[in-house]
Every structure is written in structure tokens, then in C-alpha cells.
Design a protein around this ligand. Structure first.
Ligand code: FAD
Length: 452
């Protein structure tokens, strides 16, 4: 059996290792950080993520859903917080299955690592950093993070899941295999904690509705909050690096407390230590990574964020990386020789990762701005009515991305654009009226004309 070496034991590397080990391959997972099992979560950085159908399907493929399930919280819709404090709940889908889930990043990571550690075919090597890789000689340069000692090792197949700052990608780029273009976003982010009400472990409850993704959309910027299982929320402020308001000004004349009191008053009241957290927590940067040449010499492949990091506004970066694992597993099954599967992976997958990169950027404008308009809610209602009336022929784009892993991202993007044109035409004649005849008949004609 071929032995796989995986660089990076984040969620993507670990899930890929589990899928390969379940097919009988010996796997070695190399991770620069210390073993996360049993370690307390880093203070003030209980960062969480939205997990959706694509990620869950890959987790199910590795038979891990039961292990992950206790750590997830269903979020069936967005809770909009208006400036005057009014709340508006906008459901994401049509039924109780069309929900997304909040999950703690550390909890998810530790759960996958525990499963990998329990598998006899997987060897875990922590505190080992990959410094370099030579695809032709098939060697890795590794450094022991405790002793600082460096050594070289051979590998058969290397899968690089070492994240957005991938050292393997840098090595491949330096050797001419890979071309990389990074497009930074002009907006940064800051994570803050809304503490639980009551003592931890002793009837602690959430200070906001836990079954919702909370958004404070303010046009050019926004605050969001996702629930954690311990009763807290992780809130994230997305704001221009420089501007009015911008992170640069928060350090100067406009204080953090002022901005929050003016724009996010209900959230500010729930964060007594707002300024302290703001000072202590890092200001994170965001961007999109466009990379070509994911594969080298038929024995090295980039996966997950290492190949295609995106901005977080569709909640799909991790979902997309976990889907990479399921699809690569499928390709490896189809091709006897892994070299062929590795070569085909980028050709099959990059049109989809390019599509989700574009949709994730578009969704920032939707989340921080468009959701505020009455027209947005009306259009969402009309789209949901179309979906109910026409079954699989019309599915809102958000739903295709979040709830329909059988529809590739590029297809969701293409159909989404067709559907937008169709809704425009419908609204021109019937405004945001309902789909009763004669609207229904016109809608049918539009669908037919659009080839949907
Ligand atoms: P990582 O999670 O980055 O894991 C890489 C691993 O490799 C790490 O463990 C690292 O220590 C290790 N490593 C790195 N370099 C080396 C080296 N040289 N040698 C050895 N090991 C190394 N995605 C979603 O799906 N939903 C969301 O709601 C969401 N929200 C997000 C919010 C924010 C603010 C951000 C920044 C991202 C968000 N994402 C979200 C994206 C998501 O976090 C990433 O897509 C995901 O973590 C990628 O997983 P990965 O395993 O490819 O990389």
C-alpha cells in the first residue's frame, strides 16, 4: 500500500488522513503545533465556524458525524440587529434540514485528531515543521520545533494541507511548479467574546438567541456573532483597515466604546470588557489566494487553504477544504495510480474553488449591506416561493452553496446568475407579488426560456 505523508494536521489534513487510512493506506501526519488534545482553548479566542452540508458530507464519509454532533449548534437563519435595536429573523432555507451549524474550531480540530490518534494506520507527529520539499528527489526538510534540529526525510506521496501560509506551496512556487496571486481584502477582522450568562457549567445560558447567526449590518462594515456550546458567542467585527470608520481610527479619536455604543449598542452591553478584549486580541487579515499548479511530479498535491484560501463571508472555506478531501478520495478510487488522480484533481476542482472565491467576496456586500433593504427580504421570499413551486428547477444560490453538495460551486454560480435575471424579469411585470396565476404561468415561461 502507498504511504501518504500529510503536512498540516488542521481539519483538512486530518480528515484526508482518516479517509486514506480507512482505505488501508499507512498515513503520517506532520504538524508544527503541539498536540491539541487536552489543551485548554486559547483564552479569548474560542473562534468558531459555520459548518454546512459540504463539510458535513465529508465528515460523514469518514464516519465521524456522531463524534462531531455534540459540538455543533444549529443556526436556521440570520438574526439581523437593526440600528434601533429591532430584530428580524431571516431563515436560510425552506425546512428544518436546511440549516447551518456553529462549531468551535478547536473542538472540531481536537475531535478529528482524537479519531486519527485512535486509528492504527495513522502516525501523528506534532511540533514538527515542514521547511521545504523537493518533488523530484521526493524529500521533505523538517524541523523539530522543540530542539530546533533539522533533517531530511523521503516520502512517497505528500499532500500539503498546511493552510493559507503554506510552506509547501512556497517551495513549489520557488521551484517553478506553482504560480500564486494573493489579493488582500481592504478590511480586517477582530474577534471578541460575548460571555455566557451565569457561571460556566452551572446552568450558563446564551445572552442572545443561540439558534441564529447574528448580524449587525452597517453598510460598509458589520459585526457578526456565532454561538458556542458553552453559552458564549464569538463575535467578529469586519471593518476597513483605514477609513471612517476604520481600525486605524479606533486607536485614535474614535474610541472602540463609542463605535460600539453608536452602532452595536445591544452587543456592547453584553461585553463589559470590550476595550480590554479589543486591545488583547489580534487584528486579523483576510484575502483570496489564487493558485495554479497544485500538483508536482505526480507525487505532491496542495489541498484546502494551501491551494485556495478565500474570504470567510460565505462560511465555506473549511467546507470547501473538507469537500476537497471527499473528492480526492473519490478520484484516488477511480484511478489505480495516485499520480493520475493528483494530476486530475486541479483540473476538476479549480473551476469550483474559483467560483466559491468569487461568491464569497460577493457575499460580504450581501451580509454587511444588502440584507438591510426591504427589497432583499422581498426578493428572498419570492425566491423561496419559486423554489417551493418549481422543486429542483429553482434553488436560491445561497441554498445551492450551503445545502446542496451534489451541485458543484461553479454550477451554483451559473444557475444563480440565470435565476437573478429571471427574478428581475418577473419583478418587472409582477413586482414582488406572489406566484399565483397569471404570475405562475409567466414564471414557468421564464424558467423554460432560461433552460432551467
Ligand atoms: P488550517 O486550518 O490553516 O490548518 C493548517 C494546519 O497546518 C495547521 O494546523 C497549521 O499549524 C499546520 N501547518 C502550517 N504550516 C505548517 C508547516 N510548515 N509544517 C507543519 N504544519 C504546518 N470556513 C468555513 O467553512 N466556515 C466559516 O464560518 C469560516 N469562518 C472563518 C472566519 C475567519 C475569520 C477566517 C479567517 C476563516 C474562516 N473560515 C471559515 C475558513 C477556514 O478557517 C479555513 O478554510 C480552514 O481552516 C482551512 O483548513 P485547512 O486545514 O486547509 O488549513
Amino acid at each position: 500500500m502507498i504511504r501518504y505523508t500529510i503536512i498540516g494536521a488542521g481539519p483538512v489534513g486530518t480528515l484526508m488522513g482518516l479517509l486514506l487510512a480507512q482505505r488501508g493506506h499507512p498515513v503520517r501526519l506532520i504538524e508544527r503545533r503541539a498536540d491539541p488534545r487536552g489543551a485548554p482553548p486559547p483564552a479569548g479566542r474560542s473562534i468558531n465556524l459555520a459548518l454546512a452540508a459540504r463539510g458535513l458530507k465529508a465528515i460523514e464519509q469518514a464516519h465521524l458525524f456522531e463524534r462531531v454532533a455534540p459540538h455543533i449548534i444549529a443556526m436556521p437563519g440570520r438574526m439581523l440587529h437593526e440600528l434601533n435595536g429591532a430584530l428580524q429573523f431571516l431563515p436560510y432555507g425552506q425546512n428544518e434540514r436546511e440549516v447551518i451549524y456553529a462549531v468551535g474550531r478547536d473542538r472540531l480540530g481536537a475531535t478529528l485528531i482524537e479519531a486519527a490518534a485512535a486509528h492504527p494506520g495513522i502516525e501523528l507527529q506534532f511540533e514538527t515543521r515542514c521547511l521545504d520539499l523537493d518533488p523530484v528527489a521526493a524529500t521533505l526538510t523538517l524541523r523539530d520545533e522543540r530542539s530546533g534540529a533539522t533533517h531530511c526525510e523521503p516520502f512517497e506521496i505528500a499532500l500539503a494541507a498546511d493552510g493559507a501560509g503554506s510552506a509547501v506551496r512556497a517551495a513549489l512556487a520557488a521551484q517553478g511548479y506553482t504560480r500564486v496571486r494573493e489579493v488582500p481584502l481592504a478590511h480586517d477582522y477582530k474577534e471578541l467574546t460575548i460571555p455566557a450568562r451565569g457561571a460556566a457549567g452551572n446552568g450558563a445560558t446564551w445572552a442572545l438567541e443561540p439558534h441564529a447567526l447574528h448580524i449587525w449590518p452597517r453598510g460598509g462594515y458589520m459585526l457578526i456573532a456565532l454561538p458556542n456550546v458553552d453559552g458564549s458567542f464569538t463575535a467578529t467585527l469586519f471593518l476597513a483597515r483605514d477609513g471612517d470608520p476604520g481600525f486605524d481610527r479606533l486607536a485614535g479619536d474614535l474610541s472602540v466604546r463609542e463605535l460600539f455604543a453608536q452602532q452595536f449598542a445591544d452587543a456592547a452591553r453584553l461585553m463589559p470588557d470590550l476595550e480590554g478584549q479589543f486591545r488583547a486580541h489580534p487584528q486579523g487579515q483576510l484575502g483570496t489566494l489564487y493558485c495554479q499548479g497544485w500538483q508536482a511530479a505526480g507525487r505532491v498535491l496542495l489541498l484546502g487553504d494551501a491551494a485556495h484560501a478565500i474570504v470567510p463571508f460565505h462560511g465555506q472555506g473549511l467546507n470547501c477544504g473538507l469537500e476537497d478531501c471527499r473528492l480526492l478520495d473519490q478520484l484516488l478510487q477511480q484511478h489505480g495510480a495516485p499520480a493520475e488522480a493528483l494530476r486530475r484533481f486541479e483540473a476538476e476542482r479549480r473551476p469550483d474553488t474559483d467560483a466559491i472565491a468569487a461568491m464569497a467576496l460577493e457575499n460580504y456586500v450581501e451580509m454587511r449591506d444588502a440584507v438591510r433593504s426591504t427589497q432583499f427580504a422581498q426578493r428572498q421570499r419570492l425566491a423561496a416561493e419559486f423554489e417551493r413551486a418549481f422543486g429542483g428547477r429553482f434553488i436560491p444560490r445561497y441554498s445551492m452553496v450551503m445545502f446542496h453538495p451534489e451541485i458543484p460551486y461553479r454550477e451554483a454560480q451559473r444557475r444563480g446568475a440565470e435565476q437573478e435575471r429571471l427574478l428581475d424579469a418577473f419583478v418587472q411585470r409582477f413586482d414582488y407579488g406572489s406566484l399565483h396565476p397569471p404570475g405562475l404561468i409567466y414564471a414557468q415561461q421564464l424558467l423554460q426560456a432560461a433552460g432551467l
